[in-house]
Design a protein around this ligand. Structure first.
Ligand SMILES: [Zn+2]
Length: 323
């Protein structure tokens, strides 16, 4: 991989995979939140079995081992559905020891959490058999197999996913907290927004979308942004992520991401800048979207709406183009 190009150098070519797709880590917060919401029918269901379907591919990480997993899970009720950053959290009702363990599913690149028939059987990795609700099974499907399924006690949950490991959720963090966590950093804002310890849930796709709505150039250094710009980034974060959740996330060209019912998302039809290089900006209509590689990831922005030199934020922070 080449290092990121410096500001002002020519727009670099995107790193492409053999089948022509950009190297991309989906899903992000909106996709995982859509999966979580899609699991609502299993609330209150009881787990009757834990299965690991026959799979010829390299096994995904499942912890603890299946026998122990089964022993701790079978018979327990699904009490709550949550999300921590880009992970789905299935909280189980108390066991004999009054302990509310959680099953944490991390989809990483290509994982899906499904109540419906999966896209195919050969990439099925893990399943819960259920009773007492409308869905008899919950599946984890993962084409590339980089995801994981982990049963954790409350203590282990805090150790792995506590605030010192995973930052505040992008939908719940305040503008002041966001600024406090990043404003001393010398990193470029687009790169910093991907740091899950600082703020959880934003990935490569939505970082470009957020910065376009906020009117902030992706190469601006965190320690040079003013409070007004942090506020604009914060407002844009909530607006972009909530809109993407309403559209049930983005299903990109490879078609991998699906909701819990194995249906495509729709936000890809509403992207402001992502994957729109050389197309006209939907907000200013006078500039063309550009792309470059930043910390080995594709970044998209509008040079008209997101100047590298600071301008007065007032004219940049209002107006939302396509909404
Ligand atoms: Zn523009």
């Amino acid at each position: 991989m080449k290092p990121a190009t410096r500001a002002g150098t020519t727009v670099a070519r995107l790193v492409r995979q053999p089948h022509g797709q950009y190297i991309e880590a989906m899903p992000e917060l909106p996709e995982v939140e859509t999966m979580r919401r899609g699991l609502a029918p299993v609330l209150g269901s009881r787990v009757t079995g834990v299965v690991r379907p026959r799979c010829k591919l390299r096994p995904i990480e499942i912890a603890p081992r299946l026998a122990s997993f089964r022993r701790r899970v079978v018979g327990r009720q699904i009490a709550q559905l949550d999300r921590v950053g880009k992970r789905v959290v299935i909280e189980l009702g108390p066991n004999g020891k009054d302990q509310t363990d959680s099953i944490v599913i991390e989809p990483r690149m290509t994982g899906l959490v499904l109540l419906a028939e999966p896209p195919d059987r050969k990439h099925l990795r893990f399943g819960l058999q259920l009773q007492g609700g409308p869905a008899p099974e919950l599946w984890f499907w993962d084409r590339r197999g980089l995801g994981s399924v982990r049963l954790v006690s409350p203590v282990e949950f805090a150790r792995r996913y506590g605030l010192d490991r995973v930052g505040p959720d992008a939908l719940r963090i305040s503008a002041e907290d966001l600024a406090a966590r990043l404003a001393a950093s010398r990193r470029e804002i687009k790169v910093a927004l991907l740091d899950q310890r600082a703020v959880a849930g934003i990935g490569n796709l939505y970082a470009s979308e957020i910065l376009h709505l906020a009117g902030v150039h992706p190469r601006r250094r965190c320690d040079q942004l003013r409070l007004g710009e942090w506020r604009a980034i914060h407002t844009a974060t909530v607006e972009v992520l909530e809109l993407a959740i309403r559209y049930e996330g983005s299903t990109l060209g490879d078609g991998t991401y699906r909701n819990a019912l194995n249906e495509a998302g729709n936000y890809q039809n509403h992207h402001r800048v992502y994957d729109r290089a050389r197309q006209s900006c939907l907000r200013c209509a006078s500039s063309t979207i550009e792309r470059f590689v930043q910390a080995q990831r594709a970044t998209f922005f509008c040079p008209g709406c997101q100047p590298l030199r600071r301008r007065k934020t007032a004219s940049l922070a209002d107006g939302d183009g396509t909404g």
